[in-house]
Design a protein around this ligand. Structure first.
Ligand code: FO1
Length: 318
C-alpha cells in the first residue's frame, strides 16, 4: 500500500486544502497522502462533524463551495431553515448535501468503523485518488483558552467568530491517541520525497496533528525533508485568525515566528517574497516565492516549487 507514496502533506482546513489541491494536481494523484487535523471535530445535533477532513475531501473532489471554502458547492439550505424555524441551533451551518456526509459518518462510527476507514471509503466514492487520513482515530478536541474562558474550538471559531483573546490551546484526548497504520505506512514509505506542512494555522491546525503521541518522532525519523509553507504574508494571515492569535500569544506576526514555532522539525521553510528579508534570521534553508494562492495555477505553481525546493535541500540530520 505504501509503495507509491511520495508526498505527505499535513493540513488543516481551507488554507491547507489549497496547497493540498496544488500537490494533488501536480503529482500523480496516488502519490499524495494528506494528513488532516481532527482537533476541530465535534458532535453537533447528534452528528459527528469533521470539518477539516471534509474541506480537504470536497476540495480534492472538486465539489467544495468556492465562496466559503468549507461545505459543498451548489448547496441548498432547506434543513437549516427548517431547524431555525423550530428554534434549533443554527450557529453552525450544515447544508443539505453536506448533511449526508455527517449522517453517514455518524452511522458508521456508531457501527464500529474507524474514522480512517470511513474517510478512506468516502474519498474513494468521491473519486479522490490521494489518500486522506485523519491524524488519529481517537477523538481529540481542541479547547481554546480565551478571555471568555475555555471554549470548545467551533464555539470559539464559528459562534464567537474568533473574537475572544486567546492565551493558549489544549488538545483534549491527544494523550490517548495513537498513530494509525495508514499514517505510519505513509511516513515510513521508502519512496517518500517530501513532508509538506501546508500554510495552515500552526497553533490550531498543525499543532493538534503534532500532539498525537509518536507523530513528531515518526516525522523526524522519515527519510524525506520536512518543508513548511508560511501562512503569513507581510505580517498578515490571508484568511482566518493566525495573525490575531500570534499577537495575542505575544509573538511577532511574522513568517520567521512561524518557522521558529516549528523549530527543529523543519529542513526547509517557504515564505512569501514580501517577507524574503526574514530568511536571514531563519535557521533552515528558505525559499522566497509567491505564496498567495488565488487561482488553480497559483496552487499548482506553489506546489511544484515546494517539491523542487524539498528535492534540492534534501534531508538534514535531525
Ligand atoms: N465555518 C463557519 O465559519 N461557519 C459555519 O457555519 C461553518 C459550518 C461548517 C459546516 C461543515 C464543515 O465541514 C465546516 C464548516 N465550517 C463553518 C468551517 C469550519 O468551522 C472551519 O473552517 C474549520 O474548522 C477550521 O479549519
Amino acid at each position: 500500500m505504501s509503495a507509491a507514496i511520495r508526498v505527505v502533506a499535513l493540513s488543516g482546513g481551507i488554507g491547507g486544502a489549497k496547497l493540498a489541491l496544488g500537490l494533488y494536481r501536480t503529482l500523480s494523484p496516488d502519490w499524495l497522502t494528506v494528513v488532516c487535523n481532527t482537533g476541530d471535530d465535534f458532535e453537533h445535533l447528534g452528528l459527528s462533524i469533521s470539518p477539516d477532513l471534509d474541506t480537504v475531501l470536497y476540495t480534492l473532489a472538486g465539489i467544495a463551495n468556492p465562496e466559503t471554502g468549507w461545505g459543498r458547492a451548489n448547496e441548498t439550505w432547506t434543513f437549516m431553515r427548517a431547524l431555525e424555524q423550530l428554534g434549533g441551533e443554527a450557529w453552525f451551518r450544515l447544508g443539505d448535501a453536506d448533511l449526508a456526509t455527517h449522517v453517514e459518518r455518524t452511522r458508521r462510527l456508531a457501527a464500529g468503523e474507524s474514522l480512517s476507514a470511513i474517510s478512506d471509503d468516502f474519498r474513494t466514492r468521491l473519486a479522490v485518488h490521494a489518500r486522506l487520513v485523519p491524524m488519529c482515530d481517537e477523538p481529540v478536541r481542541t479547547m481554546v483558552h480565551s478571555s471568555d474562558g475555555v471554549l470548545p474550538f467551533q464555539r470559539y471559531f464559528v459562534e464567537r467568530r474568533c473574537a475572544p483573546k486567546v492565551s493558549g490551546f489544549e488538545f483534549r484526548g491527544a494523550g490517548e491517541a495513537s498513530l494509525t497504520p495508514a499514517l505510519c505506512a505513509a511516513l515510513e514509505s521508502e519512496s517518500l520525497e517530501a513532508v509538506v506542512i501546508c500554510p495552515s494555522n500552526p497553533f490550531i491546525s498543525i499543532d493538534p496533528i503534532l500532539a498525537v503521541p509518536g507523530m513528531r518522532a515518526a516525522i523526524t525519523a522519515c527519510r524525506a525533508p520536512v518543508v513548511a509553507v508560511a501562512p503569513i504574508i507581510g505580517g498578515r494571515a490571508l484568511k482566518g485568525p493566525t495573525a490575531k492569535m500570534m499577537a495575542e500569544l505575544g509573538l511577532p506576526t511574522s513568517a520567521c515566528a512561524v518557522a521558529e514555532h516549528y523549530g527543529s522539525l523543519l529542513d526547509g521553510f517557504v515564505l512569501d517574497t514580501a517577507d524574503a528579508a526574514e530568511a536571514e534570521a531563519i535557521e533552515v534553508p528558505c525559499l522566497a516565492t509567491r505564496t498567495l494562492m488565488l487561482s488553480e495555477d497559483d496552487k499548482r505553481t506553489l506546489a511544484a516549487e515546494v517539491l523542487a525546493f524539498a528535492r534540492r535541500i534534501g534531508r538534514t540530520t535531525r
